[in-house]
Design a protein around this ligand. Structure first.
Ligand SMILES: *Cc1c(COP(=O)(O)O)cnc(C)c1O
Length: 357
């Protein structure tokens, strides 16, 4: 079976060494030494100081919305994983969708301005598949209308923008370290903010608002992560170069194998140094997409329709059509891409696709 992705598993001996240490220390969670060590390694790796390791990428988004005190409407992308929208709703705000750019699959700045109202408090945009949004235009719009910006950078571990970690942009950027993501800690997430005050607020919020055992500094929640998760994160992060290089080579090999087929690929934003986290292809229409998917499934190969349905179709929302997003989501497939995927498997996948087009 070839799934769309498989988690990266590091050397077991190395992982068990950390686990043995945990058993000896008997310190399992609550900002333990491995969580602290993982955060230090991340800061060093990303060359960025203000980041916090949290329970998952969804609580990271919720903390971000809460920390900025957002109310009313949040303009967001219809083309993302459900957590981007559900976090907005969960935090009592209203998602308002702005359609995406057909080339990059990211929120279209031209569509953002059209839906700004007096109730708009922020823009929550996803750097889809690890490809940067039009950060410059978004920050110009945010400044003009006095809006906060949160980037859901769940797919972006290792992505650079203008030579810096993409997590530096926006008022807050969040990342997911879920098992299916490029770098993972089984479950996990990051909240990043250059703003010292915002960062400090989230530092308290992550741990129930605790300021020592008997004092509290504001409202908080359990956003912490554990020593066991940090141990996995440390092991996987150590192999980052290996993981990224493999993805780069696999992506280039797909590019080569699929070169002459009638497919579209997202355009990488200028200034974006891409992390090759996913390999999406756009077929000419939904019928072709389903035909290719069916043919692959017959051979036990399981691409995924990321992201289908588009989020404006969620049944707990009353949203308008977003024609570009609806169209792209109806004919997109993410091809299998993971560390152990072999060249002969990529060849098989590409041959099956070619046979259907
Ligand atoms: C994975 C993902 C999330 C959620 O992250 P979890 O760590 O699974 O909670 C949020 N947004 C996007 C775009 C994602 O792909």
């Amino acid at each position: 079976m070839i799934p769309v992705t498989k988690p990266y598993l590091p050397d077991k001996i190395r992982y068990l060494k950390y686990i043995t240490e945990i058993f000896e220390r008997e310190w399992l969670t609550n900002n333990g030494p491995l969580v602290q060590q993982f955060e230090l390694k991340l800061k060093d790796h990303l060359k960025f100081e203000n980041l916090l390791f949290v329970g998952n990428g969804t609580i990271a988004l919720q903390l971000a919305i809460k920390a900025l005190g957002l109310k009313g409407e949040i303009i967001t992308t219809p083309f993302s994983y459900v957590a981007t929208t559900s976090s907005i709703v969960w935090e009592g705000c209203q998602p308002v969708f702005a359609d995406i750019d057909r080339k990059t699959l990211n929120i279209d700045p031209d569509k953002i301005e059209a839906v700004v109202t007096t109730k708009t408090s922020a823009i929550l945009a996803t750097h889809c598949f690890g490809n940067a949004c039009d950060i410059q235009r978004i920050s110009e719009i945010a400044e003009k209308y006095n809006l906060k910006v949160i980037y859901d950078a769940a797919h972006c571990f290792g992505t650079l923008y203008d030579g810096k970690s993409i997590f530096e942009y926006g008022d807050i950027s969040t990342c997911s370290l879920h098992a299916t993501k490029l770098i993972h800690s089984v479950e996990g997430g990051l909240v990043c903010s250059k703003d010292k005050d915002v960062f400090e607020r989230i530092w308290y919020m992550r741990n129930f608002g605790h300021d020592g055992p008997e004092e509290f500094n504001g409202l908080g929640i359990n956003g912490k992560n554990s020593e066991f998760h940090a141990a996995m994160g440390l092991c996987v992060l150590e192999d980052f170069n290996l993981i990224k290089e493999k993805r780069l080579n696999q992506s280039r090999y797909y590019d080569y194998l699929l070169e002459n087929l009638p497919l579209e690929r997202p355009h990488i934003q200028t200034k974006c140094d891409y992390n090759y986290a996913y390999y999406p292809i756009l077929l000419s229409n939904e019928e072709k997409c389903l035909k290719v998917k069916g043919a692959l499934e017959m051979e036990n190969i399981f691409p995924r329709r990321y992201f289908y349905p588009a989020l404006n179709k969620l049944d707990y929302l009353n949203s308008e059509e977003n024609p570009v997003s609806d169209d792209c989501s109806s004919r997109i497939l993410c091809l299998p891409l993971y560390h152990k995927l072999a060249e002969f498997e990529q060849e098989k996948i590409s041959n099956i696709i070619a046979g259907e087009l």
